[in-house]
Structures are given as structure tokens and as C-alpha cells.
Design a protein around this ligand. Structure first.
Ligand code: COA
Length: 240
């Protein structure tokens, strides 16, 4: 099964939780009990039991923390996918989740869009090639301080958290984004500084790295150029 733990957060306006999932949990149909039909169907489409478990545990934990926090009924929490898949709530509450291996992370923000990412550290074939493909020059300088793949995973996690905060997906965007973790250097997108997006590396469980990002209310996506103020993908899809 799984357990949910509140975590310290680097941002006063963002609350964090970690979900620890027992990888030895045996599959049983009752695990989907309580999920809306669409989510139950999605869970059952995962062929691999660990994938199913991660999805179910994360959705149930997300409902648990959202209902405890906002005093809502679990049944009232209907997640709608944004244009690029980021789920959003009609209540306007900002949240994001990430899952990998035996863990998931949940972020809930009081203020605006949030992105979170957890990565399991694994050996990477062709690290130099991958670095050249997805990292900006400033990121490569940061990576050069160590040849440890953990550092690459941490950078990837920071980039993914930023893109998840913006809600736009990683395909085609990772290489346009430059994030230098732990430094007072603004995030750049297409070479343009975006001072309103914040990013933090988080201490992950052993063997994992994680990152959190908080985007501005508006971001450079959905037809706009970096630095312009345009609606986020999620907001474009919101019913008026
Ligand atoms: C979002 C994305 C970066 C997640 O990658 P990942 O490392 O496999 O997954 P993570 O565990 O970190 O995050 C998954 C969670 O992020 C959320 N999510 C999905 N799409 C998202 C997006 N575009 N932005 C932010 N969060 C997103 C979901 O809650 C998802 O979990 P769930 O399916 O259990 O609800 C990747 O799937 C992606 O780039 N998606 C965009 C796809 C796209 O552009 N589609 C266009 C047509 S729909």
C-alpha cells in the first residue's frame, strides 16, 4: 500500500507531501475503489502493476491532501486535463504531482501554478550526447563541476519542474530552457530571462532527486514568445 508524509517546503506558499509506495503491494481490484470511473479506467490501462499502483496511490493521496486542506468533498474534485495534459481543478487550486519508482511527490500552491518532479537516479548511456542535446551552455558549466549522473538527473528534474509548472510538456522545450540550480541566475527560455519563475532542488529519498518550481500566473507558452505575458495552456482551456 502507501503512506503520505508532509514535507518541509522551501517556499512559504507551497505545501509538499511525499507518498511512499510499497512496491510489493499485490494487485487487488479494491485498490481502485473510490476513484472516479475515468480514473479507474486509466489505472486499469496500465499493464505494469507498479505503474498502476503509482497512479492510484498518487491520485488517492492527492485527493486526501486536497480535501483535508480545503474542506472539499473528494467527489467534488474533478481533474480536467489542460491542453498539454496538466490536470487542473475548477476550484482554481494549483497543484502538481510527480511519481517515480516507489515514491510520488505532491505540491499544492496558495498562489499560482506549480510544478514538481521526482526522478530515480539510474545509469545513463551516452550522457555526454544527452547533455549536448538538452542542456544550455550555462547548465553544462554547472554540470561540469561533477561527472556524477546524479547531478544530471537533478538538472533534468529542475528543468522538468519548470516546464510542468508552465504546463507545457517537455518535448521540444527542454533544450530551449536554461536553469542553473542553486544559483541566483534567472531561468532563461530562448535566451530571455524569466525572473518570475522560481525553482528549488529538493532533497529526494535515497536514490532519487527532486525539484519544485513555481511559475508566474502567465508564461511564455501557447503561441507567445518568451517574456511575453500570455495565458497559460491550462487557462486557455478553462470554461468561461
Ligand atoms: C508532463 C510530463 C513532463 C510528465 O512526465 P513524467 O516524468 O513521465 O511524469 P511525472 O511523474 O513527473 O508527472 C506526471 C504527472 O504530471 C501531471 N501532468 C501531466 N501533464 C502535465 C503537463 N503538461 N504539465 C504539468 N504536469 C502534467 C499529471 O498529474 C501526471 O500524473 P498523473 O497522470 O498520475 O495525474 C510529460 O508527460 C510531458 O511532457 N507531457 C506533455 C505531453 C504533451 O505535450 N501532450 C500534448 C498533447 S496532449
Amino acid at each position: 500500500m502507501w503512506t503520505v508524509h508532509a514535507l518541509p517546503s522551501p517556499a512559504v506558499d507551497i505545501a509538499l507531501w511525499r507518498v511512499d509506495i510499497d512496491p510489493h503491494t499485490n494487485w487487488h481490484a479494491s485498490l481502485v475503489t473510490g476513484l472516479p470511473l475515468a480514473e479507474e479506467a486509466k489505472a486499469l490501462r496500465f499493464v505494469q502493476i507498479p505503474d498502476r499502483l503509482r497512479y492510484i496511490a498518487t491520485r488517492k493521496a492527492l485527493r486526501q491532501v486536497l480535501t483535508a486542506r480545503d474542506g472539499l468533498n473528494a467527489a467534488d474534485l474533478v481533474f480536467q486535463p489542460g491542453r498539454y495534459g496538466k490536470p487542473w481543478l475548477a476550484s482554481g487550486r494549483h497543484f502538481n504531482v510527480s511519481h517515480a519508482g516507489a515514491h510520488a511527490l505532491i505540491a499544492i500552491s496558495e498562489r499560482g501554478p506549480v510544478g514538481i518532479d521526482i526522478e530515480q537516479v539510474r545509469p545513463i548511456d551516452h550522457l555526454a550526447q544527452l547533455t549536448a542535446e538538452v542542456c544550455a551552455a550555462a547548465e553544462r558549466v554547472w554540470l561540469d563541476k561533477s561527472d556524477d549522473t546524479t547531478r544530471f538527473h537533478a538538472l533534468w528534474s529542475a528543468k522538468e519542474a519548470v516546464l510542468k509548472s508552465w504546463g507545457c510538456g517537455i518535448a521540444g522545450n527542454l533544450q530551449r530552457l536554461a536553469v542553473v540550480p542553486d544559483a541566483a541566475v534567472p531561468i532563461h527560455f530562448d535566451g530571455i530571462p524569466l525572473t518570475h519563475t522560481r525553482v528549488w532542488l529538493l532533497p529526494g529519498p535515497f536514490g532519487y532527486v527532486a525539484a519544485l518550481a513555481a511559475g508566474p500566473e502567465h508564461n511564455p507558452f501557447d503561441g507567445g514568445k518568451a517574456g511575453q505575458t500570455v495565458p497559460t495552456p491550462d487557462r486557455v482551456r478553462r470554461p468561461v
